[in-house]
Design a protein around this ligand. Structure first.
Ligand code: UDP
Ligand code: MG
Length: 337
């Protein structure tokens, strides 16, 4: 694996690189079946970028869309060479598409956002202002989410649980929408994880980070491309990749149930010794046995989650594969066409 050229340049970048009048800004967006919104999205992002920075590129990653996104993206790239399009070989999933976009972005600052207009491009100038103030990561802290109540409760709980059990601090209510300095993007690309949870990796990296409150807009249609099962899988990735608490929990459970067992045995022996009565209890025996059987199975499943991750990592398959590209000038040899 050969590192991209800018790995070696980032350390001695001039102060001008942090000035939007001189810097290049990349906006990376994963796309999965978003044909209906692509023109409007491109116009909105381009208008914001034209007004706020001198040089920019928009990097679309088509994550194996089955609608007209592919043709539309190619048309957009044909009319504007600042629009770079990466077509993945199949649908690799949101996080893999984000990773592909980061690998193909060349900006001094890279903005990451969804392509469904839930992330408001109007926040980009605010991100850039904080970047110029010296922050390396500026993430959106979402408020006023428009999803259903159960989904909002789940998101709220997830961020707080993760924050309390993760080995490194995780900002709450911060998803992918963010700006990262080139040095941060290079550092992220060096992390070898196959199963990626970008908000976690981004905060694990450190550097100077700050949050900006950004309203989460409604989706342009009512059909999220990441299913509930997909969100659940992502939550599992976040928890098992950033915390060993699930394993610790089993030490605690084993300790507590051991104590309960010991005291029950003492209780039974005490009765047998002093009253000569054995305590009848076929039902309680069965319940206790099945309870501990279930507990063992759960413990093994938790262990399995870590084993799956080790297995994925050892197989070391690439995070994504590309089929073709538009307007992209090869800078790195990390992934092949
Ligand atoms: N997306 C993707 N690949 C997928 C699923 C989604 O690239 O397999 C893109 C999608 O087009 C959107 C972003 O990822 O731009 C977030 O997807 P979605 O809106 O479904 O997620 P949510 O906002 O509900 O978290
Ligand atoms: Mg969305």
């Amino acid at each position: 694996m050969i590192a991209p050229m800018h790995h070696f340049l980032s350390a001695d970048r001039s102060a001008l690189a942090r000035n939007r009048q001189h810097a290049r800004v990349s906006v990376v967006m994963p796309v999965y079946n978003e044909a209906a919104i692509l023109q409007q999205l491109t116009d909105a992002v381009r208008t914001v970028l034209k007004d706020c920075c001198a040089d920019f590129e928009i990097v679309y990653v088509n994550d194996g869309s089955s609608d007209d996104s592919r043709e539309l993206l190619d048309q957009l790239a044909a009319t504007d060479d600042r629009i770079i399009v990466i077509h993945l070989a199949r649908n690799f999933g949101h996080q893999a598409a984000v990773h592909a976009g980061l690998e193909h972005a060349s900006g001094d600052a890279v903005v990451l956002m969804d392509s469904d207009l839930q992330d408001d491009p109007a926040a980009i100038p605010q991100f850039l202002a904080e970047w110029e103030n010296g922050f390396d990561v500026v993430y959106a802290q979402r408020f006023n989410r428009k999803e259903s109540l159960p989904k909002r409760v789940l998101f709220h709980t997830f961020y707080r649980v993760l924050n309390s059990i993760a080995g490194s601090p995780m900002p709450t209510d911060a998803g992918n929408f963010s700006l990262m300095d080139r040095a941060v993007v290079d550092a992220l690309l060096q992390l070898p994880e196959c199963e990626r949870y970008l908000p976690g990796l981004r905060s694990w990296i450190g550097f100077q980070q700050t949050g900006v409150k950004v309203e989460r807009m409604a989706r342009h249609d009512d059909q999220p491309r990441v299913s509930l099962a997909g969100l659940f899988k992502l939550a599992k990735t976040a928890i098992f990749s950033f915390s060993s608490f699930p394993l610790t929990l089993f030490y605690i459970i084993a300790g507590v149930s051991g104590l309960v067992c010991l005291s029950s045995i003492s209780f039974v022996l005490y009765h047998k010794a002093f009253s000569g009565l054995a305590i009848p209890g076929w039902t309680s025996t069965i319940i206790t046995a099945s309870f501990f059987g279930a507990l063992n199975a759960l413990g093994i499943s938790v262990l399995g989650e870590y084993v799956i991750r080790i297995y994925d990592q050892v197989r070391a398959r690439p995070i994504y594969l590309t089929k073709s590209k538009r307007n992209h000038i090869q800078q790195s040899t990390m992934t092949s066409q």
